[in-house]
Write a protein that binds this ligand. Structure first.
Ligand code: GLA
Length: 377
């Protein structure tokens, strides 16, 4: 029986919970806010996508960067699981690819050189002797045209960019579309499509650094990679062309293992990468959506699965983080404070005819789907 006194208590609790932001999350939504202005005076926005469970992704149309991704732990506490900055200026100043879209060619091309239809192309060499992540101004550093929309599947952010013929040395004008979708099964999904007006090469990915604990290093994260083989590299991180079995090596993540268990092993490949910075050959056909990797963080109970249509995944254990960058909320990013799992075609594919092809012809549409799905255990 609700007496006037009980009614008053219920009413007061409701008011308190609304005022303190404790109210049950409302339906899926997307909202736009200004994020700043680039050096060449382009206004940039940040979009907050929210699902019915209160999971929230903040994504900027500068580089398509996932600035924050807030998911619950096993006790229902929400926390940010990606590395990044509070302001646009910091991203513009020095971003080691935190959260961004990567293209036209994710990962490395040896000496920035490749042949296509009998012609040699020379790209920027922005990583020692090699080309990395699309060059000097890759897709991570451009302003994308954005279209927010709430669909029956959840809030979506559609980003479009037209990369001109010859941009960063690549042939063909490439029209790229990336659609972010945050759905109520706590999944952030990216669908990439691209078309060209001249035969070219394409390899697009997304580059969030995850830390499912939201602090410290990622060495206790337990990782499974659905791969029996990886592509060993030379000292400049270019694949030798071999597909090597992971059996009996620190690269065997077929069963979940902590990232830290073998990261300092006396192993030539580990030395070349300063830890893990390699491409795994996923046990599934190229082009089919499949599970690539699963990461579990035992303290928070947060777990993430990565799915994609791509044939490989680069697992990078944050070996270049060295305490010189300070991120969101004053977190000084130390050695191995984040890990990236980048679904992709294998590095240096344009120079490795035995690897799955990255050539895109006119009249074809490039497709790539990447899914990050969050659970608790
Ligand atoms: C990729 C590369 C790494 C590094 C990071 C960003 O994972 O393979 O070597 O460049 O991006 O620093």
């Amino acid at each position: 029986m609700l007496t006037p006194k009980k009614l008053l208590i219920v009413f007061s609790l409701a008011v308190i919970s609304i005022c303190c932001g404790l109210a049950q999350p409302t339906g899926p939504s997307i909202k736009r806010q200004p994020f700043g202005i680039t050096k060449d005076n382009k206004p940039v926005d940040i979009y907050t996508l929210r699902n019915a469970n209160g999971v929230e992704a903040r994504i900027s149309n500068y580089g398509g960067i996932v600035v924050s991704l807030i998911v619950p732990d096993r006790h229902g506490n929400f926390g940010d699981v990606v590395l990044g900055y509070d302001t646009l200026d910091e991203y513009v100043k020095a971003n080691p690819y935190f959260g961004c879209l990567v293209g036209r060619y994710a990962n490395r091309i040896a000496k920035g050189r490749f042949m296509l239809s009998g012609k040699e192309y020379q790209l920027a060499t922005n990583n020692g002797p090699n080309h990395l992540h699309g060059g000097v101004v890759g897709f991570d550093k451009v302003v994308w045209q954005a279209k927010p929309l709430v669909t029956p599947h959840g809030p979506t952010l559609e980003l479009q960019y037209v990369s001109k013929d010859g941009e960063e040395g690549y042939p063909g004008t490439l029209g790229v579309k990336v659609v972010y979708l945050l759905s109520d099964d706590n999944t952030l999904r990216l669908d990439f499509t691209a078309q060209t007006n001249k035969k070219t090469i394409v390899n697009l990915t997304a580059h969030s650094y995850f830390n499912l604990a939201g602090k410290g290093d990622i060495l206790a994260h337990e990782l499974m990679i659905n791969a029996d083989r990886f592509t060993p590299v030379d000292e400049t991180l270019i694949p030798t062309g071999e597909l090597r079995s992971v059996k009996g090596t620190p690269f065997d993540f077929t069963q979940p293992r902590s990232v830290g268990a073998r990261i300092n092993a006396d192993d030539e490949q580990i030395k070349f990468g300063k830890g893990y910075d390699h491409n795994w050959v996923i046990n599934k056909p190229d082009g089919k959506l499949g599970l690539m990797a699963r990461v579990f963080e035992p303290n928070s109970g947060r777990e993430m699965e990565v799915w994609s249509t791509e044939p490989g995944v680069q697992f990078y254990s944050g070996n270049f983080l060295d305490g010189t960058l300070t991120g969101k909320g004053g977190w000084v990013y130390q050695f191995r404070n984040g890990l990236a799992l980048e679904p992709q075609h294998y590095p240096d594919s344009p120079n490795k005819p035995q690897f799955p092809s990255v050539v895109l012809n006119t009249g074809q549409t490039y497709h790539n789907t990447i899914i990050y799905k969050f659970f608790v255990r």
